[in-house]
Design a protein around this ligand. Structure first.
Ligand code: DC
Length: 220
C-alpha cells in the first residue's frame, strides 16, 4: 500500500482525535496527537512552578524536557522525562493554560520540528491546529473538522471520565480557547486553502470517519 500523510485540523472538541485514531487504525497508520505535546509542555511548566507567560523560561524548559509519544491499547501515551503523564494532561488546570503555552513562538518551533520528524516516514495521521498549514503543508490529505461550540462542549463532557466542569463551563472555555488559538500571531488556527472542510455538528462519528477515508481512497 502507498504510504501518505493525513493532516487533521480544527478547533477543540471537533472530534479530531477520535476520528484520527479510527482512520489511523483502519489504514494501519500511526496516530500523532500534537495537542498532547503542547499539553505535556504545560504540565511540565506547572510542575516546575514557572509562570506560563514567562516566554523565555517556558522555552528553556521545553528545550530541556524529553517528550515521547507511545502507542498502547488505551491510545497514545505521553511521557515527559520518562514519566507517563497521560492521565494528567486533560485537567481543567492544563486546559486553562495550554493556549498561552501554545502561543509561545519558541515552544511552537521546537514542537513543530519534532512533529515534522515524526511524519518523515509517511503513514501518519496527525491532528492539531496548524498541521495542514505549517507542520505538513505537503500532506496528501488535509481535512479541517469543525462543529458548533455547544456540540463540541457536549462531546468533551461525554468523553471525560470524571468531568470537573459543567457543559456550560466547557463551552465557555472552548470558545475562549478558540479565540486565543485563532488570533495568535504564530500559526493561528486556520483551514489550509487546500483542506476539505467537514462540519460535524450534525454528523455521526462513523460518517465523519467514512468521509475522511473516502478522501484517502485515491492514495490507498
Ligand atoms: O487539541 P488539544 O485541545 O489537545 O490542544 C491543546 C492546545 O494546544 C490547544 O489550545 C491548541 C494548541 N495546539 C496548537 O496550538 N497546535 C497544535 N498543532 C495542537 C494543539
Amino acid at each position: 500500500m502507498n504510504r501518505f500523510n493525513i493532516a487533521l485540523d480544527g478547533p477543540a472538541g471537533a472530534g479530531k482525535s477520535t476520528v484520527a485514531r479510527l482512520v489511523a487504525s483502519s489504514l494501519g497508520f500511526v496516530y500523532v496527537d500534537t495537542g498532547a505535546m503542547y499539553r505535556a509542555v504545560t504540565w511540565k511548566v506547572l510542575q516546575l512552578g514557572l509562570r506560563p507567560d514567562d516566554a523565555e523560561e517556558v522555552a528553556r524548559a521545553t528545550r530541556e524536557m524529553d517528550i515521547k509519544l507511545a502507542r498502547s491499547d488505551r491510545g497514545q501515551l505521553v511521557y515527559v522525562d520518562g514519566e507517563d503523564i497521560t492521565d494528567y494532561i486533560r485537567s481543567a488546570e492544563i486546559n486553562k493554560c495550554v493556549s498561552l503555552i501554545a502561543s509561545n513562538p519558541q515552544v511552537r518551533e521546537l514542537l513543530v520540528d519534532k512533529q515534522k520528524a515524526l511524519a518523515e516516514g509517511k503513514g501518519v495521521v496527525m491532528d492539531g491546529r496548524d498541521i495542514g498549514t505549517k507542520v505538513l503543508p505537503d500532506a496528501e490529505v488535509k481535512v479541517f473538522l469543525t462543529a458548533s461550540a455547544r456540540r463540541r462542549a457536549e462531546r468533551r463532557y461525554a468523553e471525560a471520565a470524571r468531568p470537573d466542569q459543567t457543559i456550560e463551563e466547557m463551552e465557555a472555555e472552548i470558545s475562549n480557547r478558540d479565540r486565543i488559538d485563532s488570533s495568535r500571531e504564530v500559526s493561528p488556527l486556520r483551514k489550509a486553502d487546500d483542506a476539505v472542510l467537514l462540519d460535524t455538528t450534525e454528523m455521526e462519528l462513523a460518517e465523519v470517519v467514512d468521509a475522511v477515508l473516502s478522501l484517502c481512497r485515491s492514495y490507498v
